[in-house]
Design a protein around this ligand. Structure first.
Ligand code: PEP
Length: 246
């Protein structure tokens, strides 16, 4: 089953969220066979969770703290996410790595905390444009994988998301050959790091996924689904992406 996850980032209010969630839940009901995950801002989680009652659509947070609780003003714990109805949490998004200086070690600790709490972390990795132009994309991604994946992973208890930083919000997408090559690389490194067989590891692609390229991207070998930013805020567009995963 393909996975389609929407990362709303710091967008959305209650009215917009309600309309979007209704459309997505309706589409999920009419076209099952795709695992759909919505990751709204933390302030909307509890409300969205009640709107999703009776729907197969899952809820995810956009980040969690590595500690179970404590004096961390402004942060959100994995338990808080779970209590708000989350089954998933995005960790190590490039915007967290860039603007909050999150390291691979931070991402590993957050992922371990998520797993210990019963959440499925969506562990994000991906190279910058300068790293790609320097021919270092595969090396950078390998380092991120080896250092960001915690020891606690088990089959079905984590997702990886390959998001080349230069493709996020830019309208630029790697060629299908490049995506296929990188996902193959990620699968083999992740299998080596975890001891799991690569068919048991899921790798999403993220970066400028839209309704008109989602089907082609999800058909690429090694792509288990997509992580969608901007296009997940538009009901019609996101529903079309969901339909592409069937
Ligand atoms: C993202 O931020 O995870 C993302 C993939 O963004 P976009 O789809 O807008 O490129």
């Amino acid at each position: 089953m393909k996975i389609v996850a929407g990362n709303w980032k710091m967008h959305g209010d209650a009215a917009m969220a309600h309309a979007l969630v209704e459309a997505v839940a309706d589409q999920a009901g009419r076209a099952p066979g795709v695992e759909v995950i919505l990751c709204p801002p933390a302030t909307l989680l509890a409300q969205v969770s009640t709107w999703l009652i009776g729907s197969a659509v899952k809820l995810g947070g956009q980040d969690c703290h590595a500690e179970a609780q404590g004096a961390f003003t402004g942060d959100i714990s994995a338990v808080m996410l779970r209590e708000s109805g989350c089954a998933y949490v995005i960790v190590g998004h490039s915007e967290r790595r860039q603007y909050h200086r999150e390291t691979n070690e931070d991402v590993r600790k957050k992922s371990a905390r998520a797993i210990a709490t019963g959440l499925i972390p969506i562990i994000c990795i991906g190279e910058t444009l300068s790293e790609r132009e320097a021919g270092q994309a595969e090396t950078v991604v390998e380092r991120q994988l080896r250092d960001s994946i915690p020891d606690e992973v088990a089959e079905g208890r984590f997702l990886l998301a390959y998001e080349p930083v230069w493709a996020i919000g830019t309208g630029k997408v790697p060629t299908p050959e490049d995506i296929c090559r990188m996902h193959g690389h990620i699968l083999s490194v992740a299998a080596d790091r975890t001891g799991l067989a690569s068919p048991g590891i899921s790798v999403l692609y993220g970066g400028s996924v839209k309704a008109d390229n989602a089907r082609e991207i999800m058909a690429i070998q090694g792509v288990s689904g997509v992580l969608v930013g901007g296009a997940s805020l538009k009901a019609e567009e996101f529903c079309k992406i969901m339909a592409s995963g069937r």
